[in-house]
Design a protein around this ligand. Structure first.
Ligand code: PMP
Length: 362
């Protein structure tokens, strides 16, 4: 299709064209019902079948075992920063956190409002350009959970492998890399992710949690912020974000049709390798931010010699049809977000642009 930008936005981000076209076809009338999916009751048969099918698709694609609940919540991953400690902390227990950068720090800040926290490991001394190794983790004995940020969307680091913990539940913010690769869900106590990078549009947050973690919180927690409320009612306690969940449904069907989590990982690695090769092979013209063992396959961050040149890169890339390459305002530099729905061809075009830019501005 003409007019589709090379979209490297960090989130909300590119969606598969096919998904957008399907939504367009069904936008005014859904499934012979005489109305849009946005116009119907969340308690009716048509919507409910989308709702439960979306859960079933997630269970299938992530191989979620029995004993785990899948929730569709609102408030973004940012609300999970608070819901996790509100629901899982209790007197005498601490929330243990791995500090890997911007998003981890926001999770820690929220947890501090509800109880004691501990830093189990931090990469601050390395300017957050790496992810701590499992061996570095120092988890207090009275930890209620260990929280980590799977992929730091701004810094461009990602856990290549998650710690396997016996003693405490592992809680992971997977907002920017859920379903970018297969997962062993039984390794985790709780996984949360805003949908707007790999799974669909903004407006819905996915939570996958072990049933044994769902209980009565030890502190006063509003009904809407208790996992138990949503777990008991299959995320239909109140009106869910029906349209966003429908879009996640279509996106999951696209992932399934494309070969599932393993196929996503293959393509994501191919895209990431193309970009990191372009950076590493540029003779120092482009410099990757994250340390090699911690490089993200979702957000590729890099720099040029100075900010002036980076500005020129952003400007010329925009003129050439590329969107979203300016790094996050907190860290500067450049960032290409290459989530599941970003086609390999967009990445090839970017690599060609980078080579050309270097030649013209060498
Ligand atoms: N965690 C990570 C890793 C993120 O990338 C983001 C959003 N960019 C958030 C949390 C916050 O998500 P939301 O905007 O859905 O609250």
């Amino acid at each position: 299709m003409a007019n589709r930008a090379y979209n490297f936005n960090a989130g909300p981000a590119a969606l598969p064209l096919e998904v957008l076209q399907q939504a367009q076809e069904q936008f005014v009338e859904f499934d012979g019902t005489g109305m849009s999916i946005m116009e119907m009751s969340h308690r009716g048969k048509s919507y409910e079948s989308v709702h439960f099918e979306t859960e079933a698709l997630l269970r299938e694609l992530l191989n979620i075992p029995d004993g785990y609940k899948v929730l569709f919540l609102q408030g973004g991953a940012s609300t999970q920063f608070a819901m996790v400690p509100m629901n899982l902390l209790s007197p005498g227990k601490v929330g243990a956190y791995v500090h890997t950068g911007n998003w981890a720090s926001k999770a820690i800040k929220e947890a501090k409002m509800f109880g004691e926290t501990a830093i189990a490991a931090s990469s601050e001394a390395d300017a957050f350009m790496r992810v701590p190794s499992v061996a570095e983790l120092n988890i207090p004995e009275n930890a209620a959970y260990l929280h980590l940020t799977s992929n730091e969307t701004i810094g461009g680091t990602q856990w290549a492998e998650y710690p396997k913990l016996d003693s405490v539940p592992l809680v992971v913010d997977m907002s920017s890399d859920i379903l970018c690769r297969p997962l062993n869900v039984s390794q985790f106590g709780l996984i949360y992710a805003g949908a707007q990078k790999n799974l669909g549009p903004s407006g819905v947050t996915i939570v996958i949690l072990k049933e044994e973690l769902i209980g009565k919180p030890s502190m006063p927690v509003p009904t809407m912020l208790q996992y138990a409320t949503h777990a008991k009612s299959d995320s239909l306690y109140n009106t869910p974000p029906t349209f966003a969940i429908y879009m996640v449904n279509l996106t999951l069907k696209w992932i399934k049709k494309s070969g599932g989590a393993a196929a996503m990982e293959r393509v994501n690695r191919e895209k990431a390798e193309l970009l990191y090769e372009a950076i590493d092979g540029s003779g120092g013209y482009y410099r990757g931010c994250a340390q090699p063992g911690s490089r993200s396959i979702m957000n590729v961050t890099f720099r040029l010699a100075d900010e002036e040149l980076e500005k020129r890169f952003v400007q010329q890339s925009e003129e050439a049809g590329f969107v979203g390459l300016k790094g996050h305002r907190d860290v500067g530099g450049l960032r290409a977000s290459i989530y599941n729905a970003v086609p390999v061809d967009s990445v090839r075009a970017l690599v060609a642009f980078m080579k050309d830019f270097k030649q013209r501005n060498g």
